[in-house]
Design a protein around this ligand. Structure first.
Ligand code: AHN
Ligand code: ZN
Length: 322
């Protein structure tokens, strides 16, 4: 019972479906996919950036948390703040919170949507020359959260026939760079994965750096390894929707991101929609972990591509047509 208290408090009598039928039945009363508003998503990204860098333990971090919880509740979600403390690789004690927003908590068949809401505490990219630069995290963090807030707003207006858990993960970006300990990344994802609210979502989608111009959402390595069916469905759907220029049918590198822990600890097959670049040493966008990660790099069309595909995934999966 204790575990239920940390989750969305679903009907305890509801069966837990951990396997899906191979061919889900098409529901006759399938609901249409709502239209994702890119201006709304952009405003949510901007609002986060305006709080200042959302570095764990900072005032901006606290203020942003309150705002995120307030917005998700306004959008009709049942919100749980999953507080935890974790020790960063440099010894800092991080007081952090995963924000979990549930839609249709009575349904046992659920989809997980995730993004990280914290900001990297240092601009340590090799492409950054200014020692005083700070990461504003417009793309790295805020873009995924902004898209999920707009998805949440739409879910408040149009209820799909499937449960949705949106988790805004904390302390993703305090990790040790350049081949440092992998487990120093995704601390919120690790905590969530060891304390997943029941019923456990059937599959998940992580959004990371989904705001950059001409984003290249090549297929990320761990997504293909742990969630090949989800990859296949989502990339095929995106292509059919005319977003094949973003959701390219190519292999990107494998990235230690929040989904790695959702896959390996929680056992939730989860894909990572993330912008891969071939022209940088890191494999990420040039503004990654630099002072240039501000609103100038955010393109509404990319936010919409990611958000509209996520909304379509939810409603088509609910209808049995994904
Ligand atoms: C590593 O650099 C090992 N992972 C990057 C995950 C990340 C950081 N995503 C956004 N910021
Ligand atoms: Zn980062």
């Amino acid at each position: 019972m204790l575990l239920l208290l940390s989750g969305c408090q679903p009907d305890p009598a509801a069966p837990i479906a951990d396997t899906a039928p191979a061919t889900p039945p098409v529901k006759k009363d399938a609901k249409p996919v709502p239209k994702f508003d890119r201006d709304s998503a952009y405003a949510y990204v901007e609002r986060q950036v305006n709080f200042g860098p959302r570095i764990v333990n900072s005032d901006a971090h606290r203020q942003t948390k309150a705002w995120l919880v307030d917005r998700l509740e306004a959008f009709g979600a049942q919100v749980v703040e999953q507080d935890f403390t974790a020790e960063a690789y440099d010894g800092t004690e991080l007081r952090a919170t995963n924000i979990i927003a549930c839609y249709a908590p009575q349904l046992s068949d659920r989809i997980l949507l995730a993004a990280h809401w914290d900001t990297r505490p240092f601009a340590d990219s090799e492409l950054e020359t200014d020692p005083n630069a700070v990461v504003n995290g417009a793309d790295d963090g805020a873009s995924g959260v902004g898209v999920l807030l707009e998805v949440a707003r739409q879910l408040g207006l149009n209820t799909p026939d499937i449960g949705v858990d949106i988790v805004l993960l904390d302390a993703e970006d305090y990790g040790e760079a350049n081949g440092g300990n992998r487990n120093s990344w995704g601390l919120g994802a690790q905590y969530y994965s060891r304390n997943v609210p029941q019923p456990k979502p059937r599959f998940g989608i992580l959004l990371d750096m989904v705001g950059g111009r001409d984003a290249n959402f090549a297929v990320e390595g761990y997504s293909e390894k742990y969630a090949p069916e989800v990859v296949r469905k989502v990339w095929r759907l995106a292509d059919g929707m005319g977003y094949g220029n973003y959701f390219v049918n190519e292999r990107g590198g494998a990235i230690t991101d929040d989904h790695y822990f959702l896959n390996t600890i929680a056992g939730i097959p989860t894909i990572d929609i993330i912008n891969h670049r071939k022209d940088t040493k890191s494999g990420f966008v040039e503004h990654w972990h630099t002072g240039n990660d501000n609103m100038d790099v955010i393109d509404k069309r990319t936010l919409r591509a990611a958000g509209q595909v996520v909304l379509a995934t939810i409603f088509r999966e609910a209808a049995g047509t994904l």
